[in-house]
Design a protein around this ligand. Structure first.
Ligand code: MN
Length: 312
């Protein structure tokens, strides 16, 4: 990880006193990946929430996690992806590990994200956008690995103006884990006093964690937050009791605060944690609102051009 001037780094201890010296947070469930499906012609993803019973309640404020495991694309002169479509009432967060993706929206937001970068798009009152493999990457072809997370907005902020945060790899908070256990990149929230760059509307933690084989760490994530983790690579022992394999998603119970993780092999893990909004959710495709009436309004506003304009 290159160290930009504003990148904080700190070493944390995996010892008993720090961090999160409270009770263990038990595992609620370990879920095998659902089958892969295509989003447009550019994103071959596993939609994890379909495999987890009551996921939207258990993982509130997270609404969706589409994980695109590493996949090799053949070169293409026409960038693969998803054409113009609307969103209202939530945020889309795209994390890139391999390959690169290009985005444009009707609010003037846009850009390219590559390995280590994150795009945090707050659709809020509504945008039109399109998402494609970046042109040069597309022509060359190659391995692509990404995730897209949907984060709900509190009802009071669903009609705020849209916002776009391009978070570069060198802006992330970096926590070096004790004993050569590995590294945590902090995208949002805080770990061991290191904050991530994302501005969030409600309290959210997003950590991109790499553990070396036999590496151990402890995460302090209080039970009042809904918490889960995706094993993108490797095998983990959790709390010394459960084992999670590559592509499993682990959901934690809402008690305790201390999560002990040991990597049985080199591991790459996405950690998600957030304070639940506990508000009604009415979702229709690309709109996530609080009532049926607000969904009908979203369609009416889309019809009448209130989401702006964006060319294909
Ligand atoms: Mn979209």
């Amino acid at each position: 990880m290159s160290a930009a001037p504003h990148t904080d780094t700190r070493t944390i201890l995996a010892g008993a006193a720090e961090p999160g010296h409270g009770e263990l947070r038990p595992v609620e469930g370990i879920y095998a990946p659902p089958g892969l499906h295509w989003v447009g012609d550019g994103f071959r993803v596993a939609g994890y929430f379909s495999a987890i019973p009551n996921a939207v309640r258990k993982l509130d404020p997270f609404l969706l996690l589409d994980y695109h495991p590493p996949y090799d694309y053949a070169p293409s002169n026409r960038p693969r992806g998803v054409g113009v479509h609307p969103h209202r009432g939530f945020e889309t967060v795209t994390l890139a590990w391999e390959g690169s993706v290009e985005h444009h929206d009707s609010a003037g937001g846009g850009g390219v994200i590559g390995p280590g970068d994150v795009q945090w798009m707050t659709a809020a009152s509504g945008i039109l956008h399109k998402e494609h493999h970046e042109t040069t990457f597309s022509r060359r072809g190659g391995t692509f690995q990404m995730a897209q997370l949907w984060v709900n907005l509190p009802r009071a902020h669903k009609m705020d103006p849209p916002r776009y945060q391009a978070l570069r790899a060198d802006e992330m908070g970096v926590v070096t884990l004790d004993g050569g256990a590995g590294t945590a990149r902090i995208v949002a929230g805080e770990l061991a006093g290191i904050r991530g760059p994302a501005k969030t509307v409600s309290p959210i933690n997003v950590f991109d964690l790499r553990l070396n084989a036999k590496g151990k760490t402890v995460l302090a994530l209080p039970g009042k937050q809904n918490t889960g983790l995706l094993v993108m690579k490797g095998e983990l022992s959790i709390n010394g009791r459960e084992e999670a394999r590559t592509f499993d998603f682990v959901v934690f119970e809402n008690v305790g605060e201390r999560i002990e993780i040991e990597a049985m092999s080199d591991a790459h893990v996405l950690v998600l944690s957030g304070e639940p909004l506990r508000e009604p959710i009415v979702q229709y495709g690309p709109f996530v609102m609080s009532t049926e009436r607000e969904i009908a309004q979203a369609f009416a506003d889309l019809e009448s051009g209130k989401f702006g304009k964006l060319d294909d």
